[in-house]
Design a protein around this ligand. Structure first.
Ligand SMILES: Cc1ncc(C[n+]2csc(CCOP(=O)(O)OP(=O)(O)O)c2C)c(N)n1
Length: 300
């Protein structure tokens, strides 16, 4: 069992190294094309960027399929009543990827679509990081990395205490997992056996200025979550069928929290952006640049 986990980690490490060097990834992981819905969601993100003159695009594009499947197929929510008691609690702990979440929340009707054009405007509700006071559907204000898991643990404990059947989902970045508070939270979640809690890692292997293995390596990552008491599953985070299946199989182990490690590509959907640190956060783009980004997405 341990040796097969080691072998899997070694092969994932190999794929990661290849991807970071720009070489083709051997197993087909993370390399697939995008369907029209995924392209349209990315185009809406470009729209936000054009209106708002800034934004974390690379961090947003690795998240699209994860959020799409959660909001299309997994989460319980009511846009007409965002604080519905029976809702599942979704927390985007890597709050800088919020454009992806705003696009899904607007599409589902939590707030008017026109707000997307006012991203980061003083007269809009959508800031560069999510604000649960201003934005319907945002469960917790995030942006200072490392806090969302602990917030989610509090919600999961509250749900269990009340005997509720709603669930808690927390999305982390891999760079965010360099924060000590994540592992303090993981220790508590495992210790309390929070079966109603799922951690989703958008594991794009990059952070602001470099690759996570150069900055502070997390491997063997899946084994770390297991050691902290989680049931673990790994998936190609851009493969919508695999994601749907991975969410349908929750919880991965009885009486344990679950961790779904999604192997993703930062900037997925625009070849020039993929794994390119310059696209972590973009400043103002003009109409021509926005159009070239849309063309690249459409041709993907
Ligand atoms: C506590 C804290 N420290 C630093 C930052 C600045 N910061 C914003 S995004 C980021 C990189 C995060 O990397 P990762 O979690 O891998 O997300 P990605 O952008 O790669 O999707 C950092 C360090 C922050 N937001 N919060």
């Amino acid at each position: 069992m341990i040796s097969s986990a080691r072998a899997r980690n070694a092969s994932l490490r190999q794929m990661k190294q290849a991807a970071l060097k720009g070489e083709s990834v051997p197993s087909g992981l993370e390399q697939g094309p995008l369907d029209q819905r995924s392209k349209e969601l990315r185009k809406q993100c470009v729209r936000c960027l054009l209106g708002g003159s800034r934004g974390h695009l690379g961090s947003t594009f690795s998240l699209i399929e994860i959020l799409r499947i959660l909001y299309d197929d997994v989460l319980k929510y009511d846009p007409a009543n965002p604080s519905w008691e029976e809702r599942d609690r979704f927390i985007l702990s890597k709050g800088h990827g919020c454009i992806a979440l705003y696009v899904l929340l607007a599409e589902k009707g939590f707030f008017p679509d026109a707000e997307l054009d006012k991203f980061c405007h003083p007269d809009g509700i959508l800031g560069g990081h999510p604000d649960h006071v201003k934005v319907p559907g945002i469960e917790a204000s995030t942006g200072s990395l490392g806090h969302g898991l602990s917030i989610g643990i509090g919600r999961a404990l509250a749900g269990r205490t009340r005997g509720a059947d709603w669930r808690v989902f927390v999305t982390l970045g891999d760079g965010e997992c360099n924060e000590g508070s994540i592992w303090e939270g993981a220790l508590a979640a495992g210790n309390h056996g929070l079966e109603n809690l799922t951690v989703i890692v958008d594991n794009n292997k990059r952070q602001s200025y470099g690759s996570t293995d150069e900055v502070l390596d997390l491997e063997p990552f899946a084994d770390k979550w297991r050691a902290f008491g989680f049931g673990v599953h790994e998936v190609d985070g851009h493969d919508t069928n695999a994601l749907r299946d991975a969410f349908a199989r929750l919880p991965y182990e009885k009486d344990r929290p679950s961790a779904l490690i999604c192997h993703t590509v930062k900037g997925k959907g625009i070849p020039e952006a993929e794994g390119n640190n310059k696209w972590h956060h973009l400043r103002a783009i003009d109409e021509a640049k926005a159009q070239s980004m849309i063309d690249a997405i459409e041709a993907y």
